[in-house]
Design a protein around this ligand. Sequence first.
Ligand SMILES: [Ca+2]
Length: 430
Amino acid sequence: MPNTQSKRNAMQARTYLLPSLVLAATGLMGAQSALAVSVKVEQFVEAKDPWGMAAMKDGTFFFTEKCGGLSVRTPSGSINKLLGIGGSAGYSSVKNDLFCDGQAGVLGVAVDPEFDKNRYVYLRSTSKGDNRAFGGYANILMRMKVSADMKSVSDVTEIINDMGYKPKKSNHPFGGPGAHNGGALAFGPDGYLYVTIGDNHSGPGPQDGTKLVGKVLRVDRDGKGAAENKPPAGFDQRIFTYGHRNPQGITFRGNDVYISENGPWHSDEVTKLVNGGNGGWDPRGEVNGRPACPDGYCGYSPNQMGAMPQKERAAFMPMTDLKAYPKALKPAFNNNGLSQGMCGSAWLVGKQWKEWEGRLAVGYAGIGIHGTPVGNRIDILDVSKDGMSAKKIEMSYPDYAGRVRHLHSTEGVLYVGDEARGAIFKVTPQ
Ligand SMILES: [Ca+2]
């Protein structure tokens, strides 16, 4: 928990002027563009373990709290708590099968592009019960209707209930139940809903086309796979791309889809997706030259609990295995070989951002282990048009000690969900 002083600081709107020294040091900025972009940071809404965010044009703002539920902030600033997990208080409805554990809980939220007509929002959560296929648990995707007064939801319908779940502790770092759920949810410009799902610490999952773990789905509002999806033969038709580790961010530039994904002690990645593509993550043991691994998952091997140079790790267990899968989707950006808990990402929209307009903001939860510097920050990436490369041109949010979980963007605004400070912040260029 932050101390009182930092909490007080967080309550105040602040203006940061980034030092031109940093820009000069990158060697990427011309003299005339070596101007600092200053940003104002204001607390927008208090939220414990904030996760999903979805803003509407009129300022209505849906958000989730991992161990709470779904809420909405109306344009006037009032907060309506809509749907809570079992044991939660203050919500207009409580759904007792929903729960949180470790990394799992209430995650992404998305608003239907035709919300004005159908009042639909979509919500990712974990659920438990005898009917749940993964040891009594499952990650599910729900669709629900929001009332005209924005104070309650109804018609909660499960549209996907087979997204996997890790039910038991395993012999791995962060090995508890509920690991690696992905969790991002967003409508694309094509009108389909995109859903990211992590590997659940499953070795075979990411390359197995009959399972949804380690995938990005593209579905319609009933959870049915888009007819245009082109996964390999024998794959589930809902699969848009496969071979992912734990994508927690998804965001669109024009028609192009990008994910941001945390790496295994190395190589956080930003990747442009191609329909039917393989992200190249295959943490199985006893394939592709690897021996057997603890509990069948090589995701942190070798030397999973100890220090080791990132390059050796990447050679043993690559985030994108181009040797085994030469056609795998190459990342646009690798976090300098490091894993620092890359989470959400969002394109900066609007001229207000000046030289940052059209650049990709990427957040990090800030994992520092085995000598990796703690990287709780936001990077601003200049991603090439073809999505094959990116330059990290600036580090935003100086003086920062939060855990950035998720980012969301509207014109001229970047919303930042910060787990450490228990709030969503509104970042605007000045
Ligand atoms: Ca990859």
